[in-house]
Design a protein around this ligand. Structure first.
Ligand code: SAM
Length: 244
């Protein structure tokens, strides 16, 4: 009887160890595949379209974009398109994230304000490339999901807020950089006022359905505005944005 029980226990633990091996093999394989997908994404979608900032490219090679999309979208995480993240919102196309980030001209010591946390993917890129990130999202479910994903990746330099980002974050101004990741009706003076001198604002501006991406530089006594590309973003909804 004792021998039988011992044999039973031995076969169960053997079963578990085989199962563990298979699971970790799958995990390892998964990791390699995601990394390959990411490298291909950067080469084919981003470098080929002219993004040159090596720090931006490295951040995009490093950050696991698939961890920022809903599980049923994971296989599409490295595709050349925006994806639904629920609540009627999207994670932007990888190229658009690269383009906006490059336009910010980050050196590593900046305090950045982001309007529209969304999935948190762009936030992670900013956290890699700047000193600190202040990110605002109006939809609580998205903010909490992004916060969890970013915490799991151990980012320590991100501050979160839920609310109408069109007011900026006045208690934390001035910012070196501001990035708006939803389509705005105009270039808001409220945000310009929260930028440092020579600070940069990157913002898509236009109608509710299509916009132009602008880089705006706040000089001592004027504001310079540069057109970067055409784009399509979900609307920036708020008191200084579009009405609901
Ligand atoms: N950068 C995000 C990412 O990497 O997933 C994508 C952002 S998504 C295109 C735009 C986000 O802006 C949405 O999550 C939306 O809820 C948010 N948003 C719209 N109006 C806002 C506002 N007034 N304040 C804060 N967030 C806003």
């Amino acid at each position: 009887m004792g021998i039988l029980i011992r044999q039973c226990i031995q076969s169960i633990s053997f079963g578990f160890s085989v199962l563990n091996k298979i699971t970790s093999l799958f995990k390892e394989r998964e990791k390699v595949n995601w990394e390959e997908e990411r490298l291909k994404m950067v080469d084919n979608q981003i470098v080929k379209r002219g993004i040159k900032d090596e720090r931006v490219l490295d951040a995009m090679r490093k950050i696991p974009r698939h961890l920022f999309v809903p599980i049923d979208q994971r296989n599409n995480a490295y595709e050349d398109c925006p994806l639904s993240i629920g609540e009627g919102q999207t994670i932007s196309q990888p190229y658009m994230v690269a383009c906006m980030t490059e336009a910010l001209r980050l050196q590593g010591n900046e305090k950045v304000l982001e309007l529209g946390t969304g999935s948190g993917y762009q936030t992670a890129i900013l956290a890699e490339l700047a000193e600190s990130v202040y990110t605002i999202e109006r939809i609580i479910v998205l903010s909490e999901r992004a916060r969890r994903a970013l915490k799991d990746l151990n980012y320590q330099n991100i501050h979160f807020k839920v609310g109408d980002g069109t007011y900026g974050w006045p208690e934390e101004k001035p910012f070196d950089r501001i990035i708006v990741t939803a389509g705005a009706p105009d270039i808001s003076q409220v945000l310009i006022d929260q930028l440092k001198e020579n600070g940069i604002l990157v913002v898509p501006v236009g109608s509710r359905y299509s916009q132009t991406l602008y880089r705006v530089i706040k000089r001592k006594d004027k504001v310079e505005k540069e057109n970067i590309t055409l784009c399509v973003f979900v609307p920036l909804i708020g008191d200084h944005g579009w009405k609901e």
